[in-house]
Design a protein around this ligand. Structure first.
Ligand code: ADP
Ligand code: MG
Length: 232
């Protein structure tokens, strides 16, 4: 009985996701079709059409690649990795873009190596890329994003690794916080609304969790908690 319930629930989630994907991809496809027809009739500015078409194609591409991240977890290779180094690599990766936007990413990590987690480094990096990009997109006028990496070594509990990302963006309204992480929820013109959902799925798959707190006009703080690698 329980198993049946679980399966039908999963089916309806798959159905919802499929409907969402179909809807999200149909919009750019409809636009592409329209521009192809216009160009076929030789009317309007081909340069402009081509630029919009390239943007729409890019949008479809990013939706597909984010969805693929969801499909992969089952076949993932997990190994011990240094979370501090992973986060530092992501900060370096986004550094140029950040300084172009007048944003400083201030990373505080423990001296030396660690904390160690067990996971898939590409996926874990993807999580921090998604979260840092959101933070940067929330700060159009620039500012500082504080990133902290630490290990919480509670004596009676398993050790946890924690990454905290604090931005100085506009914040997230309370009613928005509740729908966050639902597929395709985005307040951005070019957003896919998949970044948080994908990040949540990845972290969950690693046995961790994501906590978001936000204050309008002050900023948002995102905590990613991951279990430490065994024997770390
Ligand atoms: P996308 O970035 O494509 O919109 P996400 O799933 O990454 O999709 O984020 C969903 C929504 O959550 C964003 O559109 C934005 O409204 C909100 N959000 C996420 N992170 C932040 C942040 N750091 N500050 C403000 N709003 C945020
Ligand atoms: Mg995003």
């Amino acid at each position: 009985k329980d198993e049946l319930l679980l399966k039908s629930e999963k089916l309806s989630i798959a159905g919802q996701l499929a409907a969402g994907v179909a809807h999200e991809i149909r919009n750019p496809l409809t636009a592409l079709k329209g521009f192809v027809q216009l160009m076929g009739r030789g009317c309007g500015s081909a340069d402009l059409y081509l630029r919009i078409m390239a943007e729409e194609l890019e949008r479809i591409e990013s939706i597909i690649s984010e969805l693929l991240m969801l499909a992969k977890p089952q076949a993932l290779r997990m190994k011990d990795c240094d979370l501090g180094t992973l986060v530092q690599e992501v900060v370096l990766l986004l550094g140029t873009q950040a300084s172009l936007q007048n944003i400083e990413i201030d990373l505080q990590r423990p001296a030396g190596s660690g904390p160690w987690i067990r996971g898939n480094s590409n996926q874990i990096k993807q999580v921090f890329i998604n979260l840092l990009k959101n933070a940067m997109e929330a700060m159009p006028r620039g500012g500082v994003i504080r990133v902290g990496v630490e290990e919480t070594g509670e004596t009676d509990a398993a050790p946890l690794s924690l990454v905290r990302i604090i931005d100085q963006g506009g914040g997230i309204a309370e009613e928005q916080l509740r729908v966050l992480g639902e597929p395709f929820y985005s307040t951005k013109e070019a957003g896919t609304g998949l970044g948080l959902m994908v990040s949540h799925k990845i972290v969950e798959h690693h046995g961790g969790s994501i906590r978001i707190t936000s204050e309008m006009g002050v900023g948002t703080s995102i905590e990613v908690v991951l279990p430490a690698a065994a024997g770390a």
